[in-house]
Write a protein that binds this ligand. Structure first.
Ligand code: NAD
Length: 357
């Protein structure tokens, strides 16, 4: 089997964490008989510097003509002042839209070894956190019309939140399909007591639910969901929600698992091709110091093997290797606890590689 992977290192810690994920993928290549062709592409701040735009056409074409994309992170203070159309983050929105990646899957799992690093009280953390957030990624307020102008004598801003029945149906279906592969529980999160988009969301979700009688289905208002995530996260298996709510809730879910540096994500459309990236940003405060936690990126590469390449066994191997390294007490600075051994980014990559042998 041969797969072409577009590699976008990006900005800040992006090149460091991607470097470690590529070492892991090369090791998988050696032992699995699969050949990976890596093609590098620029996006984000480094692309603005080199090409004057955060998403050069060449990058877009490489992403549209490959089997999957592995991305580090983009952005940083250097590019905070650039026009919003070419901001580093615009590259991500552009890629998601052009590649039709409407579903963002973010597992939030509290590794038992990292319970001490979770901000949750011990008795809550001990009940475990192992949920999958399925977030709609190409609709809603982020893709609606944005405008600011003078109205009634004062500056007024509008951000339109729009959802079509089709957009809701396909992401809710993805939620049900994901739940079927886990413990068959799905919570749909909306704000149906206030928003029309949420009322449509709820109506469509209930209609789709009729086709999945084997999945336990419930609705939750987003404000309650935010509370329940910190009060009793063990109650959740799969959560499906719209773009803005998902953005906020998935960060909350990842934070309760101990470190943002551990968390992976997959963005998928209708076909097997996806974009895989850690959930964190470019961490300019620690960039270039070999301090970053590469685990979120390495686990994103594992998700690529599982969801896009059908290599579940190899994905399991990577996840087991990460767990073994944590069992042995190795930590990067972001999730360090008393009695553990502190590693740099490259040392963490090296430890995980050794466990893969
Ligand atoms: P951030 O996620 O980059 O950093 C938040 C904090 O977490 C920082 O203290 C950072 O050091 C730490 N951190 C993040 N990843 C880490 C890792 N792997 N290991 C150890 N520590 C880690 O968020 P921010 O500071 O708000 O954003 C910085 C830049 O990244 C901004 O320009 C922002 O727009 C951009 N950003 C990009 C993405 C993306 O590329 N997908 C996502 C979020 C933010």
């Amino acid at each position: 089997m041969e797969k072409t992977i577009t590699v976008i290192r990006g900005d800040g810690i992006g090149p460091e964490i991607i470097g470690q994920a590529l070492r892991v993928l090369r090791k998988i290549e050696e032992t699995s008989g699969c050949t990976f062709h890596f093609q590098e592409a620029l996006a984000g701040g480094c692309a603005i510097d080199a090409c004057g735009t955060s998403l050069p056409e060449e990058t877009l074409q490489k992403c549209l003509n490959c089997d999957s994309v592995l991305l580090g992170a983009v952005g940083g203070p250097k590019w905070d002042g650039v026009p919003k159309e070419i901001r580093p983050e615009a590259a991500l929105l552009g890629l998601r839209a052009a590649m039709g990646l409407y579903a963002n899957l973010r597992p939030a799992r509290l590794f038992p070894q990292l319970a001490a690093a979770s901000p949750l009280r011990a008795e809550i953390a001990e009940r475990g956190v192992d949920l999958m957030m399925v977030r709609e990624l190409t609709g809603g307020v982020y893709f609606g019309e944005h405008r600011t102008g003078i109205e009634n004598g004062g500056l007024t801003a509008h951000d339109d939140m729009v959802y079509t029945e089709r957009e809701i149906e396909r992401i809710v279906r993805r939620g049900f399909e994901t739940a079927r592969k886990r413990s068959r529980r799905l919570t749909s999160v909306d704000k149906a007591n206030v928003l029309d988009t949420s009322r449509l969301w709820r109506k469509v979700a209930h209609r789709v639910a009729e086709a999945y009688p084997d999945v336990a289905f419930s609705d939750l208002l987003v404000d309650n969901a935010a509370m329940q995530l910190v009060k009793d996260p063990a109650q959740f298996d799969v959560i499906v929600t719209e773009n803005l709510f998902g953005d906020i809730l998935s960060d909350e879910a990842s934070m309760i698992t101990g470190s943002i540096g551990m968390m992976a994500s997959a963005s998928l459309g209708d076909g097997p091709r996806g974009m895989y990236e850690p959930i964190h940003g470019s961490a300019p405060d620690i960039a270039g110091k070999d301090l970053a936690n590469p685990v979120g990126t390495i686990l994103s590469a594992a998700m690529m093997l599982r969801y896009s390449f059908g290599m579940a066994g190899e994905a399991d191997r990577i996840e087991r290797a990460v767990s073994a390294v944590l069992d042995a007490g190795y930590r990067t600075a972001d999730c360090m606890s008393v009695g553990c051994t502190r590693l740099t980014c490259s040392e963490m990559g090296e430890r995980i590689l050794r466990e893969l042998c």
